[in-house]
Design a protein around this ligand. Structure first.
Ligand code: GLY
Length: 339
């Protein structure tokens, strides 16, 4: 078992990485003694519910199953979960356990942050993306018809428990989602190398990514500075994701976004072909189709309506060197020149 301790400003908590759920019981006991609502989606319930029930036999455990998919992260499901907790007599001593990817995690975290002004939130992330990114750091949210993640809170989990066995049967799209974020970490910090990425899903790469994420969260839990660097590739990534009507996976779009940022960074810092090739070489370790099929104008139009485009400028994370990035407030007319 590997354990990382996140010393965030709001709470200190452990991330446990284990081959299966066999230590979940003892870890839950270590942080909390109330009853627990385990929330699954229709994919994770058949895979993990029996094992989790067995490991948590000492806990009064209730279950709630939601449909899989982004639409689940809604105000309606948020309200349903709150009512379920109230109907079943949950109090401030009790907690909620999210078993799933980012959708279930974000929704449950937000429910936990607001039910009775805050109950314990525990996470068992079961996708690569949620293991290396969304389960850590306390960003919780639901979507509105007007946009994704428009309602939410910073609310740190009390425990994150990663069972590596849950990553062994992921569909290709989920693997792609995770590796888009993993290659992002490789640009943010040299701790993750091209060789690590080429070895695929290993405990080592998950630990390295989590260590990087932990440092960002400890330094800037409430996203007022450094943490913005975790958005590397996301400005163009979100534009492509939306232009593709979400047919492309998030990870693929992030990688396409990083490819665009490499070109922009090289122009912005006046780098030559050697540097561009070095950056592109690292990005090619994920072996994704990186070209963007949308016009420069379509991308700019999407970016302009993105929440990051404020007063005629957009915050972009540029790559100075591998392991050294910079947040630059770039006027939109300058961006138009560079893309
Ligand atoms: N996933 C970006 C962040 O946690 O800030």
């Amino acid at each position: 078992m590997k354990v990382l301790s996140v010393k965030a400003h709001s709470r200190e908590y452990e991330i446990v990485i284990e081959k299966d759920f066999s230590h979940l019981g003892e870890k839950v006991k270590g942080v909390f003694h109330g009853k627990l609502l385990a929330v699954y989606d229709q994919n994770t319930h058949p895979l993990f519910a029996d094992e989790i029930k067995k490991e948590l036999s000492h806990v009064e455990l209730l279950e709630f199953i939601l449909p899989a998919g982004e639409e689940t992260k809604s105000i309606q499901n948020y309200a349903k979960l709150l009512s379920f907790l109230a109907e079943n007599g949950f109090t401030r001593k009790d907690g909620i356990l999210a078993v799933g990817g980012g959708v279930i995690g974000d929704l449950c975290g937000f429910v936990a942050s607001t039910y009775m002004r805050g109950i314990a939130y525990l996470a068992c992330p079961t996708t690569l993306l949620s293991c290396v990114d969304s389960s850590v750091g306390g960003k919780t949210a639901v979507n509105l018809a007007e946009g994704k993640n428009l309602v939410g809170a910073f609310y740190a989990p009390s425990l994150v428990y990663v069972s590596l066995s849950s990553l062994s049967t992921l569909p290709q799209r989920e693997v792609e989602c995770g590796f888009g974020e993993i290659v992002k970490y490789a640009f943010l910090d040299r701790e993750v190398s091209e060789g690590d990425i080429k070895r695929g899903i290993t405990e080592e790469i998950i630990l390295k990514c989590l260590n990087i994420k932990k440092r960002f969260v400890e330094n800037d839990e409430f996203d007022k500075g450094e943490r913005a660097k975790l958005n590397l590739g996301h400005t163009f990534g979100h534009a492509v994701e939306s232009l593709s009507y979400y047919n492309y996976s998030h990870g693929l779009c992030v990688a396409k976004g990083i490819d665009k940022i490499i070109d922009i960074s090289c122009k912005y810092y006046g780098y030559g072909e050697d540097k561009r090739e070095q950056f592109k070489g690292l990005l090619s370790s994920v072996d994704f189709a990186l070209s963007i099929d949308y016009s420069r104008q379509d991308l700019l139009d999407k970016i302009k309506i993105d929440k990051k485009a404020e007063s005629g400028a957009v915050s972009l994370v540029l790559i100075k060197e591998i392991g050294n990035t910079e947040v630059v407030k770039m006027p939109l007319d300058k961006l138009e020149e560079l893309i």
